[in-house]
Design a protein around this ligand. Sequence first.
Ligand SMILES: Cc1cc2nc3c(=O)[nH]c(=O)nc-3n(C[C@H](O)[C@H](O)[C@H](O)COP(=O)(O)OP(=O)(O)OC[C@H]3O[C@@H](n4cnc5c(N)ncnc54)[C@H](O)[C@@H]3O)c2cc1C
Length: 374
Amino acid sequence: MSDFDAIVVGIGSMGSSTLYHLAQRRKKVLGIEQFGIPHELGSYHGESRIIRLAYYEDPSYVPLLKRAYELWFLLQNQVKAELLCITGSLDIDRIDGSVFKGSLTSCLTHNIVHEVLDAKEISSRFPGYELPSDYYGLYQPDGGFLFPEKCVEAYKNMAIMMGADVKVNERVKSWKSERGKVIVTTDKDVYRADKIVFTSGAWTQNLLSDTSEILNVERQVVGWFTPENDNVFKPELFPVFNAKFEEGRYYGFPITGTPGFKVGRYHHLGQIVDPDFEKSEITVEDELILRSAVSNYFPKANGDVISLKSCMFTNTSDEHFILDRVPGYGNVFLAAGFSGHGFKFSSVVGEIMADLVTYGKTKHDINMFRVDRF
Ligand SMILES: Cc1cc2nc3c(=O)[nH]c(=O)nc-3n(C[C@H](O)[C@H](O)[C@H](O)COP(=O)(O)OP(=O)(O)OC[C@H]3O[C@@H](n4cnc5c(N)ncnc54)[C@H](O)[C@@H]3O)c2cc1C
């Protein structure tokens, strides 16, 4: 049986970065992924993930976001490929709404450059947007989007270059902790390590049964719509957005890759699913939910649908992450419950998990991500 310093279970968003940061510290590390890398069956596919500093969810995320940006730029330089596209970001809401107020609070608390624009100013600067007159946008110039499949591959490739071992198309079936070691059994082999990190996304409950009480897996759908005029939806003229509309909380992207305006609604239809069976049919309702925001606020993109794809959120009840040791074990760690807003953090989450594995602690403030809060 091969012996490792650490095994990382699940080489997706968080696992690829954790593997990289451990390999960089010269750890003998093994990553195990049940599918290929990248793949379209988890939580990171779909060509784009928003990154933004103006964090309406909670200002305490901002220091982590600043470090996440640094690490993304570093990775981009290392692999000499575009991983990040800066477009600016707009957080759109009524002036007293939680998205607008939360975003403004983050900017004021952390001295982040921003502008407040009314609906008219937004349309004249960014003509793809056509918002009702009582809506405002907090514009933050550092916002943009990551290319998630490329990011995951880049971290995985760099980790391998630094000595990490990666097994793909191999599923972890069970694990146990015995006399200070962990033994991991897959559908192909058995491995032993001093420590283990679970970055298994929507499948975490299968491997850590206690988490089934605190995590739920939710189906999402994003759509790409044909604009009447591509130019206004190009990255130069269309900042990424988060918007709280009457119809729900939506997010969207300029055209990149798939030729269309990409839009999604948080918690889409609220459907809890089993990750092993989540390649459900896309329905007319899926399209209508997305089209309602497109037709009302982005009418220049209200053409035929080009593509609709499903994906999964793994939610905690407070929508904050879990970054911690697994209770009852000194050598078992967990990064999970990213609740639909985790990808942008994956660069820094990998650093945090590698800190926990290496030193048992991290300089980052992760107090709000403790598992015992539930
Ligand atoms: C539609 C959609 C839009 C989103 N938009 C944004 C956004 O704009 N910005 C943002 O920051 N975040 C966004 N998110 C959230 C973000 O993508 C997720 O929070 C993040 O990808 C979760 O990462 P993860 O590592 O937990 O899961 P994943 O990236 O899915 O990785 C888990 C990996 O573990 C593997 N695995 C699981 N079990 C096993 C096993 N037993 N053996 C081996 N391998 C295993 C899986 O195959 C998978 O590859 C979005 C999510 C969705 C679905």
